[in-house]
Design a protein around this ligand. Structure first.
Ligand code: PEP
Ligand code: MG
Length: 895
């Protein structure tokens, strides 16, 4: 079996076998770009090694063969004492796993070849710089021992850091560059001692042994703890393995005519065309990333090394045409000779993604279908948040992880209780914690945003904030938080309770003071306030063009979840094609709570009927408003769903109030009756209790009143010349008999109200109880449409209480990688999705043409939209703000 490929043997489509880095190095080699020669050991070799614990037969020989060819090509031997070839050993999996796996540079250096390297570097450098060649060689050697010790032999990295600090202190400096060759020679001795102390052996002097051990370490790094967790979260299969690239070293730190840099073929921030990147003279790759010295803009390279600069621009243009996308590039210049070290399709901001996709269409490099694949709903969602206006000189004082997007401004508070208190006074607050836990839930709800100094994207704070749609920056570890002192310090400044900060949940940046925010121009466009034809905003033009194509391409319709005319109107502007869920319980709040209370407390039929009669006109007026707004479009109205005690005061509070009033000798007859009712209706598991269709079957007249209000509203709208298309939806059905019972009564009322007019009122059901999904064939006999309530279906399918688990323990599940995202956020395709599939298939088999949609939160989640498309649903329904995201994703799913 072939385990090793020369760069000239691969290409960019072999990522499975050669990993992303290896495949792209091969592609550049074949394009004739100057890539340092090397070879790639395949992911299959890694898989075989991980399965058996030993390198597969033949691998060692193949490596020897490719190494010999490399040595011939370079005219140097690995680790030759006089003129050594050095190589880097780099991991590179199919999917990028940033920072997860290992790299070892300068393999081939030992006590003898370090001298040879120094001589050769001295000979080739210009005389002015040659004084540094000894320094260069010893610095390279100490870097090898450090990296090799740490990654291959698990020597604690701090010990090397400590020795380096000691050497700098002895020189009274903090800059590595102040260490001369002798200092570095001493440091190599110190490093070797550290190496021996921890491994019980000398630092290996044999170059091939160094190489083999480094390759093995890269293989092993596939199964490092952090890599495994990352893969579980990102759903990267655990058995792919990594490839290993062995590349001839080229040096950017050989003097002023050498250097290293990164380049982008367009601006990855805005998408604008031009030359973007950074260059650092006399430096190696890590120095640019580590920010040890200040880089200069790439354009400066024209002055420093004109030939290399123009050569680089030429390659950039070729790569972009070849990949038909923004590329990012790492390069090194060694004594005026340009080397291309890496390229890949580059990461970019959300705005740049849209702008670049539009440009590439204009340039004829991609078509509009392809443009749809170059953007996604998460990026669009990001563009719909307000943005901080940073042109007033605001500087971030800390950068954490952008855990939940948005731009939040408020007074800092350090406890949940204070957050609730100040928010109660009408202040905007930002809850600042080291990390959050379930006790912070109320504080998080009360805050505009959450800022923590610990934890990543899956920390409690991050998970809960995303669930709430609340801005969150987590893991801003520059913050030194003193909770009892109600303050934190950052960048030498102290921020105390009540001081205002601004946090950006997209970039993770933290600012002191109130940063002004600009509304999103993309939202202005959706609102119809910005005309895409006349604006000169490149982003709006690109969004418009791509959205139009998504609308033309998609098969899924997109509706909205809206309970008010205002929400309905906004959703319609955002492109909704109907209402998929109008939750009528929201119409029972406010002043109307009293009427609902009367209904619940009614002992006699006439009391109950009076209460319902009072509610009827109010409900009818609500529906008239909504139908008017949605003129001509379907409106799914769901009959009341939640347990009725949600409309009554909480038991504990009421019991205390009554006891206190009794104590004072007040007349509490009415309150006692209420308390008795609350006690009577109390449920241990209300989500599984008297709610949904069960209410309709148990409380006489309740559903009937709603059906009448809906139908009368439709008749009234028709009289006004509008066209309303109501769809009455029954929640929480688990058995066809429930639906049949409700249906019989509803049909009677509809018949009565509609009379001879041609208004059509559909009657359908939610599928949100697992049993409903499993008996969908029967249920379809009594339903003209299905709408999946994936919130409840997830709750009941997993047995996860939807109101509790995210705050209580989901962070741990995410940390362990049991799932990569909350199943309440994105549909669990394997489990809950299977119920959806079964129900859709069996429902349509029983009633061909059955209309099927989804109205759980998942209706606006990008991955879930793709899933619902694949199941063949007719529409998704989501909150107004997510309608554009669903339109885009439905289009992407279709092309
Ligand atoms: C659902 O369960 O998915 C649903 C839409 O209903 P609700 O969220 O109101 O329970
Ligand atoms: Mg539900």
């Amino acid at each position: 079996r072939k385990y090793v490929y020369d760069f000239a043997e691969g290409n960019k489509d072999l990522k499975d076998l050669l990993g992303g880095k290896g495949a792209n190095l091969a592609e550049m080699t074949n394009l004739g770009l100057p890539v340092p020669p090397g070879f790639t050991i395949t992911t299959e070799a890694c898989q075989a090694y991980l399965a058996t614990g030993a390198e597969p037969d033949g691998l060692a020989d193949q490596i020897a063969g490719h190494l010999a060819a490399l040595e011939r090509g370079m005219g140097r031997r690995l680790g030759d004492p006089d003129d050594p070839l050095l190589v880097s050993v780099r991991s590179g999996a199919k999917f990028s796993m940033p920072g997860m796996m290992e790299t070892v540079l300068n393999v081939g250096l030992n006590d003898r070849s370090v001298e040879g390297l120094a001589r050769q570097a001295g000979a080739s450098a210009d005389p002015a710089a040659s004084g540094g060649s000894d320094r260069f060689a010893w610095d390279s050697y100490r870097r090898l021992i450090q990296m090799f010790g740490k990654t291959v032999c698990e020597v604690p990295g701090e010990e090397f850091e400590q020795a380096l600090d000691d050497a700098k202190r002895a020189r009274d400096t903090t800059d590595d560059l102040d260490l001369d060759a002798d200092d570095l020679r001493g440091l190599v001795d110190a490093y070797k001692k550290i190496f021996k102390e921890h491994t019980g052996r000398e630092f290996p002097q044999e170059p091939r042994e160094q190489l083999d051990l480094a390759i093995r370490a890269v293989f092993d790094s596939w199964n490092a703890e952090r890599a495994m967790v990352y893969r579980r979260q990102e759903r990267i299969p655990a058995d792919l393995g990594t490839a290993v690239n062995v590349v001839a070293m080229v040096f950017g730190n050989l003097g002023p005519d050498s250097g290293t840099g990164v380049a982008f073929t367009r601006d990855p921030a805005s998408g604008a065309q031009g030359i973007y990147g950074d260059y650092l003279a006399n430096a190696q790759g890590e120095d640019v990333v580590a920010g040890i010295r200040n880089t200069v803009p790439l354009q400066e390279l024209e002055r420093i090394d004109r030939n290399s600069y123009h050569e680089l621009l030429d390659y950039m243009a070729r790569l972009e045409r070849h990949y038909r996308d923004l590329c990012d590039i790492e390069f090194t210049i060694e004594h005026g000779k340009l080397w291309m070290l890496q390229t890949r399709v580059g990461k970019r901001t959300a705005a740049a993604a849209f702008v670049i996709a539009g440009q590439l269409v204009d340039e004829g490099l991609i078509d509009l279908d392809e443009a749809l694949h170059r953007v996604n709903g998460a990026q669009l969602a990001q563009l719909m948040f307000p943005r901080f206006q940073l042109d007033h000189g605001f500087q971030a004082v800390a950068t954490g992880i952008g855990a939940s997007p948005g731009a939040a401004v408020g007074a800092v508070v350090f406890t949940s209780a204070r957050a609730v208190e100040l928010a109660g006074e009408g202040r905007d607050v930002i809850l600042v914690r080291r990390e959050t836990n379930p006790d912070d839930l109320n504080g998080m709800i009360a805050s505009r945003g959450v800022l923590t100094s610990r934890g990543g994207k899956t920390s409690h704070a991050a998970v809960v904030a995303r669930g709430m749609g609340k801005t969150c920056v987590s893991g801003a570890d520059e913050l030194d938080i003193d909770v009892p002192g109600r303050r934190f310090t950052v960048a030498g400044q102290t921020v105390t309770e009540g001081d205002v900060v601004s946090i950006d949940g997209t970039t993770g940046k933290v600012y002191l003071g109130r940063v002004p925010a600009t509304p999103s121009e993309v939202v202005q466009y959706f609102e119809g306030e910005l005309d895409p034809e006349t604006t000169n905003d490149a982003l709006v033009k690109a969004v418009h063009r791509i959205m139009s194509h998504a609308d033309a391409a998609r098969r899924l319709a997109v509706r909205t979840n809206a309970d008010t005319a205002a929400d309905a109107a906004r959703a319609r502007r955002f492109g909704a094609e109907g209402i998929g869920l109008c939750r009528t319980e929201h119409m029972f709040l406010g002043d109307r709570r009293e009427l609902v209370e009367r209904l619940i407390l009614a002992r006699e039929p006439d009391e109950r009927e009076a209460a319902l009669a009072a509610l009827l006109p109010l409900q009818r007026a609500d529906f008239v408003e909504i139908f008017r707004e949605m003129d001509g479009q379907p409106v799914t109205v769901r009959l009341i769903d939640p347990p009725l005690h949600e409309f009554l005061p909480p038991l504990e509070q009421l019991a205390v109030d009554v006891a206190v009033a009794q104590e004072r000798g007040e007349d509490v007859a009415k309150e006692e009756a209420l308390l008795a009712a609350v006690r009577r209706m109390h449920e241990e598991n209300p989500m599984l209790g008297l709610r949904g269709v069960r209410l309709g079957l148990v409380i006489p007249g309740l559903f009937a009143m709603q059906v009448r209000a809906i139908t009368e509203a439709a008749v009234e709208c028709t009289r006004q010349g509008l066209r309303s298309c109501p769809e009455i939806m029954v929640p929480l059905v688990g058995a066809v008999q429930e639906l049949e019972t409700v249906r019989a009564e509803a049909e009677r009322i509809i018949g009565e109200v509609v009379g001879g007019s041609d208004i059509e009122v559909l009657i359908g059901t939610m599928i949100e109880v697992p049993r409903a999904a499993l008996t969908a064939g029967q249920i379809a006999e009594a339903a003209e449409f299905f709408s999946f309530g994936t919130n409840d279906l997830t709750q009941m399918g997993w047995g996860f209480s939807r109101d509790d688990v995210e705050g209580a323990f989901f962070w741990r599940y995410l940390e362990l990688g049991i799932f990569g995202i909350s199943p309440f956020e994105s549909i669990d395709a394997d489990g809950i999705g299977r119920l959806v599939r079964i129900a859709a298939e069996e429902g349509r088999a029983a009633r061909p043409g059955l209309k099927i949609g989804v109205c759980g939160e998942h209706g606006g989640d990008p991955d879930s939209v793709h899933f619902f498309h694949s199941v063949g649903l007719d529409y998704v329904s989501c909150s107004p703000f997510r309608v554009p995201v669903a339109r885009l994703e439905a289009g992407r799913a279709a092309v």
